[in-house]
Design a protein around this ligand. Structure first.
Ligand SMILES: [Zn+2]
Ligand SMILES: [Zn+2]
Length: 287
């Protein structure tokens, strides 16, 4: 039995060796042979030395559609991935779903699938780009559904207002005695300079938790400007909660700021999304 099996495999390898020998030798990746067999076309250099390219449209039928079906849905919205974007851990989501996830996650930002650290996306969500190959593949394979997702996403984007806030502190060194250094600092939450809107349109109040050595250690700011000035000798992390007006139907935003006594202080920028109130959406549609 063993001999027969060996004989068979010998025949196969001899015949394939023979086929290979008949072909002119062209160095190329192995997968091209597979495509060529499936499509029954030759990707050899033709006599006029032009390389024949296989268009993606011709490749698609031989791809395993089951694989596409397994990975087609976004883990966030459970709908067909639209403008698929992948994180460094290799997981793929809709671009809009991922943007929202970044904007609404508090503190630690982890991949919802593998818990990999995604904090690099918080500093700049411009790292996120649509994967052009997947985008075209899905658009082609699920033509009608993809178009529905495009319209949905477009409408969802219209209903979103993105606001850039600046969080940080100013700093001034008051005295620098041998045994006692005094710093005056002002913590602030404000809208980005180029934004003409009034911050009190969005923020109802800010609850600030200071180091327990301050009295009181919790301060609530319920009108703009949302600033708090104190005098102290050391830096620490200030935890605070921003509460929004009920019309935005938005949960509280919790964040922190590590005081900076470097020169005149420091600041960071955060982007917060708001869903347009229903009246505004209706007005937009009528105009
Ligand atoms: Zn999604
Ligand atoms: Zn992941």
């Amino acid at each position: 039995m063993g001999n027969t099996a060996n004989h068979l495999s010998l025949c196969v390898s001899q015949s394939s060796r023979k086929t290979r020998r008949e072909r002119p030798y062209v160095s190329r990746p192995f997968w091209q042979y597979q495509y060529e067999n499936h499509l029954n076309i030759s990707t050899h250099m033709s006599s006029d030395s032009q390389i024949r390219e296989i268009s993606p449209r011709r490749l698609l039928p031989i791809m395993n559609v089951d694989i596409l079906n397994v990975y087609r849905d976004c883990p966030f919205c459970l709908k067909l991935l639209f403008e698929p974007t992948s994180t460094l851990c290799g997981h793929t989501f809709c671009l809009l779903c991922m943007e929202r996830f970044i904007l609404t996650s508090e503190r630690v930002l982890q991949c919802p699938i593998c818990r990999d650290d995604l904090n690099y996306l918080r500093s700049s969500s411009s790292h996120l780009k649509t994967n052009a190959i997947l985008h075209n593949l899905f658009r082609q394979q699920y033509e009608k559904e993809y178009e529905i997702r495009r319209i949905e996403t477009e409408n969802e984007r219209k209903q979103i207002i993105k606001k850039r806030f600046i969080i940080g502190n100013t700093h001034q060194l008051l005295s620098c005695d041998y045994d006692y250094t005094r710093h005056e600092w002002t913590l602030f939450v404000k809208l980005n300079n180029d934004d003409q809107d009034d911050i009190s349109q969005y923020i109802k109040q800010v609850t600030i938790n200071l180091h327990p050595t301050f009295t009181p250690s919790q301060v609530i700011l319920d009108k703009s400007p949302f600033c708090l000035t104190r005098i102290g000798w050391g830096v620490f992390t200030i935890y605070f909660t921003i509460e929004f007006h009920p019309q935005w139907k938005k949960s509280d935003f919790r964040t922190s700021w590590f005081l900076s006594f470097a020169n005149t202080g420091n600041q960071k920028r955060i982007e917060i999304e708001f869903q347009k109130p229903t009246d505004d959406i209706n007005n937009d549609e009528m105009s």
